[in-house]
Design a protein around this ligand. Structure first.
Ligand code: NAG
Ligand code: NAG
Length: 286
């Protein structure tokens, strides 16, 4: 590699790294990362299983333009290689937001769970999971995330309101539930493959954990494998919220400027090396 080629190569590397950074910051609260995990087992590259994973992930993204929940099964050469997958968007998302969220989750899964036979990822607005072990329609109350905010000086009225919002979430029907009292908000969501009674059972467990473990915390998040329940005072949260939106906007602006600069420098270098070649040829270097 000549010096010019090396310089060009490193400039392109910087551009690629910057571009990949640009796609990382989320532009809205629905995109915030909550959790993700992958199966330890890897599939062989080029196998039918890999094709199925790619087809499945594409199907999930396409389906999310039409509906908030769907599941898919892709048979493989053996029953062990049958692939199952689903996504669930939060009940209040429009189909445009749902498909945007699922697309982002799928792209993050592709990086996080490269070649893994299974993976799951929860963003604030949507959940995506695939595996070769059938999990469709199976209730799973494994605690995945349990986070509580800082303690707050609830007066007894505040605590009562918190508990009444949680009670409301726990007694509602449907797989998406919201409740509010004053500035205290609660939200609960089941994955759509659970039956009404399984959803109820899963949410009762999550809400129970919020009550016992988050005590007088300002906010609490409990994500079980197939449902979650959260509450917060005044929109305060571990992730999401409007403050983060502004930060993300700033980051995106800064990155856009940075990319402009780098592209400019790259063009300059290409131009200069082109000039140098011309001059070199002019002097009859070869
Ligand atoms: C899942 O797939 C992996 C890799 O293809 C395989 O090793 C494993 O046995 C499969 N598990 C089941 C339960 O079929
Ligand atoms: C999976 O999807 C099919 C067809 O869309 C639907 O009939 C079935 O009830 C779904 N199964 C589960 C477990 O959600």
């Amino acid at each position: 590699m000549s010096a010019t080629q090396t310089t060009l190569f490193s400039v392109f590397t910087v551009i690629m790294i910057t571009l990949s950074l640009l796609t990382t910051p989320s532009s809205s609260a629905t995109d915030s990362f909550v959790f993700g995990g992958c199966s330890q087992l890897k599939y062989t590259q080029g196998s039918p299983y890999e094709n199925n994973v790619n087809s499945l992930l594409t199907s999930l993204v396409n389906s999310a333009m039409l509906t908030n929940y769907n599941n898919f099964t892709f048979p493989g050469p053996t029953s062990q290689q049958t692939l199952y997958g689903l996504y669930q968007c939060r009940g209040d998302l429009t189909s445009a937001d749902c498909s945007r969220c699922v697309a982002r989750a799928v792209s993050q899964l592709g990086t996080l769970c490269l070649d893994s036979s299974g993976g799951a990822l929860q963003l604030e607005g949507c959940f995506v999971k695939y595996d070769n072990i059938s999990f469709l329609g199976v209730e799973d109350k494994t605690v995945v995330v349990k986070k509580c905010g800082t303690l707050t000086a609830y007066d007894s009225d505040g605590l009562t309101r918190r508990d009444s919002v949680l009670g409301y979430l726990g007694s509602g029907d449907g797989s998406y539930r919201v409740g509010a009292s004053g500035n205290l908000n609660g939200v609960a969501q089941c994955v759509g493959d659970l039956s009404i009674s399984e959803c109820q059972d899963c949410l009762s467990e999550a809400i129970g954990l919020l009550k016992t473990d988050c005590g007088a915390a300002k906010w609490g998040d409990v994500y079980l494998a197939k449902c979650y329940a959260r509450y917060s005072v005044g929109g305060d949260h571990s992730h999401g919220g409007h403050d983060e939106d502004n930060n993300d906007d700033e980051i995106e602006k800064t990155l856009a400027i940075l990319i402009g600069l780098i592209a400019g420098v790259a063009l300059l270098i290409i131009f200069l090396s082109f000039l140098r070649k011309l001059c070199g040829n002019g002097k009859g270097g070869k």
